[in-house]
Design a protein around this ligand. Structure first.
Ligand code: PLP
Length: 485
């Protein structure tokens, strides 16, 4: 190693000198003395290494600026906001449902102050956390009783463990689903301590198949909503109503895992009809499970609703304590459910529904309005054209259903997969990353879920092309990692 020219090393400022610059002073004020000093030390070490490598010594202001950049980068949250322009409304990898303002306010209030989480204020004695939701859920679904846990996977696990531990759980071979993220029905059954009894075949399961499987060892019959795929062609599935008649004869509970579990008829908003929780219960399910952050449009949660004795058994299971939800989510859930009391204004207030119901013409008008500004921001790195496209609902809700939508097709000036990947990377490098999807050699920005045009343009103002890298692949459009680029 070459000895560094001592005079140039000596030309470097001291830590104190850097902290006394205007920028250094600001660092202490903003980040605290300890963090500022540590960052300046690191910046000085880098400057020293640069001198040893033969470069000129940096001045104090430059070192303070380097420390500032490092501190800012370290302060940026890891869980960052992004623009979801993937065209998938309920994108599992991007956090699924956006929360309604009323629910955000309720969660914030629950964070700031003590709340009557397990306290019956009127009676002055201990209450239950489920008390805050039970009435609303029962009112909106017709259930006798309800409880809520961490997510729907937890709801299914808990119900299986409560009703079928050491016993048999009967399920159709056509419904042995994998949701993604290692949630596979047979594995969940095993972990719940239930013995899986498969009936029927992949495409056809008849009532007599179920009837033959029911016996003294049966803990429950499980019906699973095939929410992320559909079996088409020569198929038979037994309607819940017929299953309910059968399970009643045998005195066995019928559990329906609805998955996305909507509370309202979505056909009202131009979407296909997805079975509602009320319909599943009315058809005879004894217990229905569903997610809070799919079509319901709330925070992550799993609902267990249905017969009072069965929900009570679930609540007595010691696992319930390990799967329960905290006050923030209870507050947000309560406020979200309350919005359902006014269906006429639901699409205005619930972001998920607002995005799903947004008319294609409105989105196309937005695309036309934004195209010139986006083209200007990209400064020749890509061409920008308006395009028709199709959004999907996501999170395994209505898997075959797509919605007419519109957006911008960005084609990089440098053609080919590399150029496209680099363009996508440049958009992900923005202060608020923009996530689209790749289709037919273009980066598509579906504008269905864009609420704040000005914020998008503000982020794009920082656009700087990222050099084309190695990845030539196009996004994986299927599964839980819905296509994104
Ligand atoms: C999504 C889904 C689950 C898992 O729900 P989470 O809330 O993601 O835990 C379970 N079953 C079905 C049918 C689903 O669609």
């Amino acid at each position: 190693m070459n000895a560094a020219p001592p005079s140039r090393l000596r030309a470097l400022p001291s830590v104190d000198e850097v902290l006394r610059t205007a920028t250094g002073d600001g660092l202490v004020a903003h980040f605290g003395r300890a963090a500022a000093t540590a960052a300046v030390r690191s910046a000085l070490a880098a400057a020293r290494a640069a001198v040893v490598a033969g470069e000129p010594a940096s001045v104090a202001e430059a070192i303070a600026a380097a420390a500032h950049a490092a501190l800012e980068a370290a302060e940026r949250p890891s869980l960052r906001p992004v623009f979801n322009l993937t065209g998938t409304v309920l994108h599992t990898n991007l956090g699924r449902a956006l929360i309604a303002e009323a629910a955000i306010e309720a969660a914030v209030a629950a964070m700031r102050q003590a709340v009557a989480l397990e306290f019956d204020v009127a009676a002055g004695r201990r209450g239950e956390r489920d008390d805050h939701l039970r009435g609303l859920v029962c009112e909106l679904t017709g259930a006798e009783d309800a409880t809520v846990v961490n997510n729907n996977a937890a709801a299914v696990l808990l119900v299986l463990n409560t009703l079928a531990h050491g016993r048999e759980a009967v399920v159709s071979r056509g419904e042995l689903i994998e949701i993604g993220g290692a949630f596979r029905m047979p594995d969940i059954m095993a972990r719940a301590g239930a013995r899986l009894v498969e009936v029927g075949t992949t495409n056809r399961t008849h009532l007599k198949d179920y009837a033959a499987a029911l016996g003294p060892e049966t803990g429950l019959l499980l019906k699973v909503h095939t929410s992320n795929y559909r079996i088409e062609g020569f198929t038979t599935a037994v309607p819940a109503r017929e299953l309910a008649t059968l399970t009643r004869q045998h005195g066995v509970p019928l559990v329906d895992d609805l998955g996305s579990g909507t509370l309202i008829d979505l056909s009202r908003y131009g979407l296909a009809h997805e079975p509602t929780v009320r319909e599943a219960l009315a058809a005879g399910a004894d217990v229905v499970t569903f997610s809070g952050d799919k079509l319901l449009g709330g925070p992550q949660a799993g609902f267990i609703v249905g017969r009072r004795d069965l929900v009570a058994a679930v609540n007595r299971n010691p696992m319930k304590r390990a799967l329960r939800v905290d006050k923030l989510r209870l507050a947000a859930l309560e406020a979200t459910l309350r919005l359902y009391r006014d269906p006429d204004r639901l699409a205005e207030r619930l972001p998920t529904l607002r995005h799903l119901a947004r008319p294609a013409a409105e989105i196309a008008a937005r695309a036309a309005r934004l195209a010139p500004a986006v083209a200007a921001a990209l400064g020749g790195a890509a061409s920008v054209e308006t395009t028709a496209c199709r959004s999907q609902i996501g999170s395994g809700a209505l898997p075959l259903e797509t919605l007419d939508s519109a957006g911008l097709a960005l084609r990089p000036a440098a053609p080919g997969g590399r150029g496209l990947a680099a363009l996508a990377a440049s958009l992900r490098a923005l202060p608020v990353p923009v996530v689209g999807r790749i289709r037919d050699g273009a980066l598509i920005l579906d504008l269905r879920c864009l609420d704040d045009e000005a914020a998008l343009l503000a982020s794009l103002a920082a656009f700087a092309p990222v050099a084309a890298g190695g990845d030539d692949s196009e996004g994986d459009p299927g599964g839980e990692a819905d296509g994104m680029a």
